[in-house]
Design a protein around this ligand. Sequence first.
Ligand SMILES: C[S@@+](CC[C@H](N)C(=O)[O-])C[C@H]1O[C@@H](n2cnc3c(N)ncnc32)[C@H](O)[C@@H]1O
Length: 244
Amino acid sequence: MKRGNPNTWLKARAAEEIEWYLSSADVIVVERKRSIRLLGELFAHHFSKPAGLRVLDLGGGDGLVTEYFSNQYPRNDFCLMDGSVAMVDQAKARLKGRPVRFVEKSFEAYAQKGLDPDGYDFIFSSMAIHHLPLKEKGALYARVHRELRGNGLFLVFDVVAPVSPKSERLQFRMWVDWMNEALRRSNFAGEVGKFDGFPAVYKAKAENHPSRLLDQLDQLKKAGFKNVDCFFKYGIFSLFGGTK
Ligand SMILES: C[S@@+](CC[C@H](N)C(=O)[O-])C[C@H]1O[C@@H](n2cnc3c(N)ncnc32)[C@H](O)[C@@H]1O
C-alpha cells in the first residue's frame, strides 16, 4: 500500500499530527489501556522477578507506555527510542526526573545498526511499527532478535492488515463501534459518530503500511524468535511477539 510516500511523523513539523494523535488516542486506539496493561502483565509473567532488566520502547512517542512501565516496574532500566524529535521532546517532558534514556532514531537506522551492544531483556512497541512496509518490518524484527539478550521478550501492539476486503469491512465496523462506545463512556457522548469515517482516513494515509498478522508472525519465526504467538486481538488491533 502506498509505498515510497513520506512518513509525516518524522517530519520536523509533525506538530499537528502529534497533537491530534495524543488528544484522540484513548478513543481511536481500541483497548489502548488494556493493551498497555497486557504488555506489562506479559512482561511480569515472563520475567518472574522483573528487576534489573533493560527495557526498550521502540517508537515510544510521548512516553505514555514507558511511564506505565516505570510506575509498575520501577527497578529496571528504560530506554525510549523514536524517530521524531518532537515526540522525543514530549517524552522528555512527561518523564522528567525519571531514569530513562531517550534516543532519537528511526526504525530504519535501528534495523541497520542497532542501539546498544549491551542489548535488552525486553523490547516492545506500541502503535508504531505499522509505519514500516513489510520487508522493513522483517529487517527490524531481525535486528530486535539480535539485540535481545538470552531469554529476552519482544512484544508488539499494533494495527494489522485484514486478510480480505470482507474481513476488513467487518473489522473496520468493529473499530467504529468501539470508538462510539468509548465516546459514550467518556464525557464526549455528544460526539458519537465523530470518528465513523476514520478507518477510511487511516487506510488512505501514505504513512500507514499495516501488514497481515500471519506474515508478521512468520517474519518473527524467520528472525529466530520462539513461542511466536498473538496474545490478544480486537479487530485490526493485535498484540503479538515471541521470546529469544
Ligand atoms: C501513533 S504514535 C505511538 C506512540 C506510542 N508508542 C503510543 O503507543 O502512544 C507512533 C510513533 O511512532 C513513531 N514513528 C513512526 N515512524 C517511525 C520510524 N520510521 N522510525 C521511528 N519512529 C517512528 C512516531 O514518531 C510516533 O511517535
